[in-house]
Design a protein around this ligand. Structure first.
Ligand code: SF4
Length: 253
């Protein structure tokens, strides 16, 4: 099983990229589970026909003792298994703690043994890499981390922070940084800026994704580019990304 975390600043296109990556991997015959680790809980909406997937934390709040896998795992387009960790009560709980609780619940219910995914993709907000949001890269949850960024200052800043968090965990044998995914915003010298950051943090750019109107069209159609427009050049870029992610990630079997 490959365990891969996709990090990035909020609003950078991380969930869109992850959902299209899931759809591409699924179209290649892999069984994929995508776990949204963002309190917004909309990571997998595009894989589920635009409908929200019930969150693990909400299920636990509604029925603390009786949550089943059927309550929290939804089979989306292409058979992708969709899970949303969910968020805390605003202003009260800790979002990071929520992620940990959701992971523990999935393990307690034997989700990985029962569904046997080939690939688990964690879609994680990377604005604040506190202990909570670093959870997927600790404790053996994810083995490989890819960071989605554009050439915008704040996105590069977040990418650098995530890379620093990873290097701090290096000695403990946690997840490794496996590459940057450039989600283009068409700003000047964007590729050079992202390649420059990649060099400074000891990695490389895995794929440059174009800025294409078909991405918005797919979102408006409540689906993914790979699912709704499989013959588009953009879908081919996501398939190419999927191939590179497979090449660069470890399969623990
Ligand atoms: S910053 Fe991190 S540790 Fe603090 S409340 Fe938010 S998620 Fe929890």
């Amino acid at each position: 099983m490959r365990k891969i975390a996709i990090y990035g600043k909020g609003g950078i296109g991380k969930s869109t990229t992850t959902s299209n990556l899931s759809a591409a991997l699924s179209s290649m015959g892999y069984r994929v589970m995508q776990i949204g680790c963002d309190p917004k809980s909309d990571s997998t909406t595009g894989l589920n026909g635009g409908r929200d997937v019930p969150t693990v934390l909400d299920a636990l709040r509604n029925n603390p003792e009786g949550v089943t896998l059927e309550d929290i795992v939804v089979q989306g387009a292409g058979g992708v298994l969709c899970v949303e960790a969910g968020g805390p009560t605003p202003g009260i709980g800790c979002a990071g703690r929520g992620i940990i609780t959701a992971f523990e619940k999935l393990e307690e219910l034997d989700a990985y043994e029962i569904y046997r995914p080939d690939i688990v993709l964690y879609d994680v907000l990377g604005d604040v890499v506190c202990g909570g949001f670093a959870m997927p890269i600790r404790g053996g949850y994810a083995r490989d981390v890819f960071i989605v960024t554009s050439g915008e200052k704040m996105a590069l800043f977040a990418a650098n922070n995530i890379a620093t968090a990873l290097s701090n965990f290096k000695s403990r044998g946690y997840a490794r940084l496996s590459g940057l995914i450039l989600n283009s915003r068409n700003i000047e010298k964007e590729v050079e800026m992202v390649e420059d950051l990649a060099g400074r943090i000891g990695t490389s750019v895995v794929e440059v994704l174009s800025r294409s109107p078909v991405v918005q069209r797919a979102e408006d159609g409540n689906g993914t580019v790979v699912g709704l427009f499989p013959d588009s050049p953009m879908a081919k870029e996501y398939v190419s990304l999927a191939e590179k992610v497979l090449e660069r990630s470890v399969d623990d079997a």
